[in-house]
Design a protein around this ligand. Structure first.
Ligand SMILES: Cc1cc2nc3c(=O)[nH]c(=O)nc-3n(C[C@H](O)[C@H](O)[C@H](O)COP(=O)(O)O)c2cc1C
Length: 364
């Protein structure tokens, strides 16, 4: 079930980079939800290529169409199929590379696994697959906001060695994040990130970065202990995004440099609930949400396809030089922001539904 995700709110994505369409089928979306393309399109617009000079020049409108699962603008509880057509393809860009596996891309491993691959555009390994998760995530996001007051915001924290100032996770909004094309809420750092990305695009090189994310308004009690831990599901979801190389929750790796006395989050009364005075746990303890904001960081590598010449070998082992053609992102993090938010929404809606199923029949 490699293309499916989720236990109760389950999604199956389909499509390759240069096939006719990409999309998703959502199963078990609650019935009666007001849903139209306008609910989904804004997040796809934030993800789409060609949205700024900092992304790939591939131009795709990425207009979503709801094929099934709604009537008169309301969900029926039946499978919702969402489709986006691929329009701007240049398979010719890839013909020279069809015998040369791109270093650090997925050409070699897909070929080894299947004995065949969609050589044009990266096939299923392409970030176009994330259209399905972003479209489904927008539906989950609407339910979480409207019904549960849960909101999710991601932003760019660093590009290469340029690191933004600390973000106030209590107040950061998507509007603030979108004030700069690089999607970094620190304007001074954003300007330097944009300059660095533009310089690297110009010379045909690429750069990585870190995306931060906060999930606010979660009640305590979400997450299934042991193999269904909330952070384990979030890690799986985030590391399923192409080009991810690392995942942190709360204090993450930096927490290893603290002592227990510094790292522990003391409890305190917050109105009618228990909260914590600090949040090194990142809102999760024992795999279960504790009611504090869930804070995540996701590391993205520099995209592999670069125009600068690289010494490598072809599939037959013959030494060759590869200067990749095609239109590629010099840095994926600005476009990864809505993908991270969507993956988080898919995990949380599934956890909410699982917890409601558990509590519906409970003697406590
Ligand atoms: C939004 C987004 C855009 C991407 N654009 C490109 C790109 O233009 N060129 C490229 O080589 N990789 C790009 N990637 C990354 C590749 O899809 C990914 O590195 C490749 O499939 C290999 O998988 P892996 O890095 O997860 O091992 C992008 C990733 C994301 C999230």
């Amino acid at each position: 079930m490699a293309s499916s995700f989720g236990t109760l709110f389950s999604v199956t994505t389909f499509g390759e980079s240069h096939c006719k369409s990409v999309g998703v089928v959502i199963d078990c979306c609650p019935p009666g939800l007001a849903l139209s393309e306008e609910d989904i399109q804004p997040q796809l617009d934030r993800r789409r290529p060609g949205q700024s000079a900092l992304s790939t020049d591939r131009q795709e409108a990425d207009r979503v169409l709801i094929l099934s699962g709604t009537e008169n603008g309301r969900t029926l509880g039946t499978p919702i199929a969402l489709r986006v057509n691929n329009l701007d393809q240049r398979p010719g860009d890839y013909s020279a590379m069809s015998h040369i596996p791109r270093p650090s891309h997925a050409d070699f491993t897909y070929q080894m696994k299947y004995g065949i691959r969609a050589a044009s555009g990266g096939g299923r390994s392409s970030a176009r697959e994330s259209i399905g998760t972003v479209a489904a995530g927008a539906v989950a996001d609407k339910i979480l906001r409207r019904k549960y007051g849960i909101d999710i915001v991601a932003w760019v924290e660093s590009v290469g060695d340029i690191v933004a100032g600390a973000v106030d996770v209590a107040t950061i909004s998507r509007q603030q994040v979108d004030r700069t094309p690089i999607r970094c809420p620190d304007p001074e750092a954003a300007a330097r990130m944009e300059q660095r990305t533009a310089q690297l695009k110009e010379i045909g090189d690429s750069v990585g970065g870190v995306v931060g994310c906060v999930i606010r308004g979660l009640p305590a009690g979400l997450g299934e202990p042991t193999f269904g831990k909330l952070e384990a599901k979030l890690a799986q979801a985030m590391l399923a995004i192409p080009a991810t190389k690392g995942f942190e929750v709360g204090s993450g790796f930096a927490g290893t440099r603290l002592q227990g006395s510094q790292h522990n989050d003391p409890f305190t009364a917050k109105g009618d609930r228990l909260g914590t005075t600090t949040n090194n746990s990142g809102g999760i303890q024992g795999g279960i949400s504790n009611g504090e904001p869930v804070t995540l960081r996701i590391a993205f590598k520099p995209p592999a396809t670069i125009a600068l010449p690289q010494q490598t070998v072809d599939f037959d082992g013959n030494p060759t030089e590869l200067a990749a053609k095609g239109r590629h992102d010099p840095c994926v993090v600005p476009r990864a922001v809505p993908i991270v938010e969507s993956m988080a929404a898919l995990v949380i809606i599934d956890m909410v539904m699982q917890q409601q199923a558990r509590r519906a029949i409970s003697f406590t």
